[in-house]
Design a protein around this ligand. Sequence first.
Ligand SMILES: [Zn+2]
Length: 521
Amino acid sequence: MDFVQSKQSIPFCQTEVCSIEIVNISVFNTPIMKDYYWKSMNITGLNKKFLQLNRNVAAIASIPIPPMPVNSPPIRVTFHFLNPEAHSTSWSLKRIQLCKCQIVQMPVGVNNFRNVYACPHRELLTILPTSGEATRKDMFSFTLNIAYSCPGQTMLAYEFIFDIDYKIQLKFLFDVYEFNPRKCILTQSLLPMCIYKSEHALQPIWVHNPFSHDLDFKITTEDRNIVFILEFMEIKTNFRVKGSATNMFVPIPAQHSPKVDLECPESPFTLYKNHLAVTIGTRERTSRMVVLHNTSDICIQYLWKENSMKGYYSAEVVPPCGTCKPKHTVSCIIKITGGSTQIVFGNIPIVCEIYTFSGTRIDHVEECSLDSSIDEKREPDPLITRLFVNLSLRVKALCSLDIPTLPSLPSADLAALAKKKFKSGHFDRDIFDKLFWNFIYNEDFLNDIVRKKCDQTYEDAIRDTDMSESVICTSKLNKSGLHPRRICGPPPTNGSGRKATGRRAPGDRACGAVQTVSIVD
Ligand SMILES: [Zn+2]
């Protein structure tokens, strides 16, 4: 009898360990790209936790909810799970109350009361559905409805239960703030500087203004560091963007979100693909096609936002606007042109705004469905959501496309220089110069390069480098946001670094760019 009971209690896995995986997420009504949510909610880290679930031992997983100001519009994030096991199971979610809010009786009719929590934290997060079936080798999902309604840092916990033996405790960490300009800076750290690379590489620093008013900012490289100074009325705050160095033998692991959006009822408009990785030469042009799927039951109008940064890149979409009928798809071409400067820009948002298309104009949809383009001057109907194509763009100088990039440095000179510079704390150029020497000094780097042919010092290598712009920035974006447009170069300042200033309108994203040091020409 005992044997029969134990057999019945393990329908999910026959082994002691089982796993689930978040294979994708869908975001809806979010101001920032899916990739940001994938990284901020640490989905890659969650999947590591979900890889080995042990029977009767609750795994604990923390999910940071991207911070936003209080009363920001609610967002929806759908988690798409895969049950890779050979057995189906049922699952359920149960809230664990962590706050000390009390149960109160609420009238629900004449002499009829119901016990409910008078808990403002509860409104922060609604998860639907709260139970379901995880079919074997198939996907299941639930959607987080996130409302930024309650200011402060709050943790909400849910128990994610599979049948009876496997449990995950999901801890959702909320950071809903009143006003904090530091939270505007999305780029916390730069990509590691590859010290073997011989190219100039510009990296963007992304800034998002979620407030309902303009925000002034300055960017400076004082004291060999990149410092943001944000000002709003009397409030001034500094923020340092971290840099790091690596050698190019260590590839940077890619942690992008999946390039394809999954269709789901909560997010009926999708783009295929939502991530483009493009490498072109300076002033070269290339095109990529993306497809907009409308799986909803309504007519929509789409409008692509212009995206360019003068001298660096431009991304133009053809057609720039149009309509899409229910259950239809539309193809659009993204024309990408490189500027005159080498850049490595990740997460360039190419924004497609989706509007409702009023029923009175249904005839017009029929008329223009052949080319799917409509009058650009027409006033759009209410905005439903924004979709994003995440463009990773690398613009390389044509002449250096095939040139090997390993430096040739005499190890003795390098060691002596590294020691001298590190001890003196004097660095000639910028943060990347400092990173370079710190790396040389701290890592066992010389052993790698001593075997290579060396005939050039670091000073020789950088002598011919164009230092006309060690830091460039800034951008001013239009009211609808997400439209980088460079408005000024960097006015050099008196010896303390290079500075730039700007102002961002509400809801805007801007980016500054930092030029890395050139190791060899
Ligand atoms: Zn509460």
